[in-house]
Design a protein around this ligand. Structure first.
Ligand SMILES: [Zn+2]
Ligand SMILES: [Zn+2]
Length: 266
């Protein structure tokens, strides 16, 4: 059994990740246009007609944009908690009753052989979650859009083969940048987005909890550079005597193109 993972895109203009065990073909978030998601799936050799479900982390548009369209087009269910459904129902348009799947934050549920745990994150949405998905001993966790990381989240994502972790902004770039004051405050707040520094410190904890690979995601276009995110994280790991490439592998999700396709098996 092999689990494959690919980030189709990640950033404030759209988030969508693909995960498959060849029987279930799932999207985590659908924040790009339906057309883009379909063409990106084809790019990695996946026929979009084979999609089997969409998990939604929270109702912001960069995570739900084409969820309704894809559900209707491919006849597939959407999984979200009550708060997220309340926030997105109208935008998604008419859905079949059987495609409205409701999970409870903190409570595991199954999608085929995937055992999914949605855990609470701190972000300015109704009931935002991160996900960990376990399938025959392979564990993949996705944690973006959060103001800070706490021990509870670290425990949820520990032992993951891959953690997709937000590394949104460089704090200095954000502070001196052109964003209006209210937006800077929102991003820096506990309900905003994780900085490169915060991601680096979180990765130190994750390495101690047996995480081998981390994908930096949801990078800001205005307030970050991929090279800067990687350098910041690498520095913090080095300060903690951790060696990138040996103790942990750091890879990137891109704002506008697909990531590598990663394979995991037990
Ligand atoms: Zn987002
Ligand atoms: Zn968000």
């Amino acid at each position: 059994m092999t689990v494959r993972f690919c980030s189709l895109a990640s950033g404030s203009s759209g988030n969508c990740h693909f995960i498959t065990d060849d029987s279930e073909n799932l999207l985590v978030d659908a924040g790009l246009s339906g057309k883009k998601i379909q063409s990106k799936l084809l790019e990695i050799g996946i026929d979009p007609c084979r999609l089997t479900g969409i998990l939604i982390s929270h109702e912001h548009n960069d995570h739900i944009h084409s969820a309704g369209i894809l559900s209707r087009r491919f006849n597939i269910p959407i999984y979200a908690n009550v708060g997220t459904w309340r926030g997105m129902e109208e935008k998604l348009g008419k859905l079949k009753e059987e495609h409205i799947k409701i999970f409870e934050t903190g409570k595991i549920f199954e999608v085929g052989d995937f055992i999914v745990t949605p855990y609470s994150t701190s972000h300015d949405a109704n009931d935002p979650v991160g996900f960990s998905l376990i399938n025959n001993g392979v564990k993949i966790s996705i944690t973006t859009d959060l103001g800070y990381i706490n021990d509870e989240i670290i425990e949820h994502v520990r032992d993951s083969n891959l953690v997709v972790l937000e590394s949104n902004h460089d704090e200095e770039m954000l502070k001196v940048g052109s964003y209006p004051y209210y937006l800077k405050r929102r991003i820096l707040s506990n309900l905003g987005h994780l900085s490169n520094d915060a991601a680096g410190l979180a990765i130190v904890d994750l390495v101690r909890k047996n995480v081998k690979k981390v994908m930096l995601a949801h990078l800001s276009k205005e307030n970050n550079f991929p090279e800067l995110a990687i350098a910041t994280v690498n520095n913090i790991l080095a300060l903690n005597k951790m060696i990138v490439g040996e103790d942990v592998e750091i890879v990137l999700a891109h704002r506008d193109r697909v990531s590598n396709l990663y394979e995991f098996s037990k």
